[in-house]
Design a protein around this ligand. Sequence first.
Ligand code: AQP
Length: 349
Amino acid sequence: MAMKNDKNGYLTYKTPEGKIRTFSGIQPSGEVHIGNYLGAISNWITFLDQYECYFCIVDHHAATLTYEPREMQNRIFDAAIANIAAGLDPERCTIFVQSEVPQHTELAWVFNTVTPFGDLSRMTQFKQKSKEHSDNINVGLFTYPILQAADILLYKASAVPVGEDQVQHIELAREIARKFNFRFGDVFPECQAYITEAKRIMGLDGENKMSKSLSNTIGLLEPLPDIWKKLAPAITDPRRQRRTDPGIPEDCNVFTSYHLHFSPRADLDWVREGCTTASIGCLECKKRLFENMEKVLQPIQERADRLKSCPLDIHDILSDGARKAKNIAREVMEEVYAAMGLKRKKPTG
Ligand code: AQP
């Protein structure tokens, strides 16, 4: 298996076909939202042609938060549908569920042994999640980035398309790869995060990152009339107390988080001109945004409806994905154990 330094000096793995592998994941922790779509999924889709792609529904990660076991399989199913409907073509990538490939947790244990406690305790997501979920600060929440490093490096993925909130974890995964390689020889690539312009979509509250667990989301598959009901009262530039007050679009969450990513240039110019001169009101501006969102979301929602009516197809896609993922995972774990001097082999003589 070939590893080489890329033009930035990072150790990169290429498949025998000369492709770089990419890995990314999504938690089945609630409805897939437009933050996930703009910040991550839409980026994943651009990787499909050039890279060998692995996309994973990370249920072990989702289990670090309190959840209702009876709902988990539906959430996994819904996450698969949302991602496929958004454009993750299962013919061009491997889509699978994390807990169906046990090597993820196996490699995570190995990485536990090379990850400094101090590095892990600097992770801001842990600090934030332990504030949000103070009734359930479990060890899994703390070691989450180690499992995430295992998710990525199990496939020797060099490219990891994620939202900005995950960049610190990807940097730690690269450090873990370096620590392992230094101790046992070059097995893992030095993975890098790839982020989009929509790297941090804010929630409708305008205060926090759009997040499944914060109830500030617009669902990717949410009925369009419900989306309008949420969008119409959404907070805008606080300068616009009255219809006649001019505003600054760059200070308005509706503009920076949504218009910028859904509307064509001509509409953005229309908003900039109309908002700064108070010649349009916020509701008019939101209506234009909603029309543009409809154009993107409606075809995704129609595809999702068709997929929902074929649950067996989704089951087969995920089973196939797990089979393909396991083939790589087994091979890489053999290499890991050989490098570490673990796992007994039958004597030859
Ligand atoms: N608001 C966001 N803006 C841009 N990107 C985002 N992502 C998530 N929220 C935003 C990116 O989506 C991918 C999948 O995220 P995830 O579901 O695995 O985890 P998360 O980041 O923890 O998402 P949530 O919605 O915030 O989930 P909860 O509330 O359950 O913790 C990732 O690449 C992420 O960066």
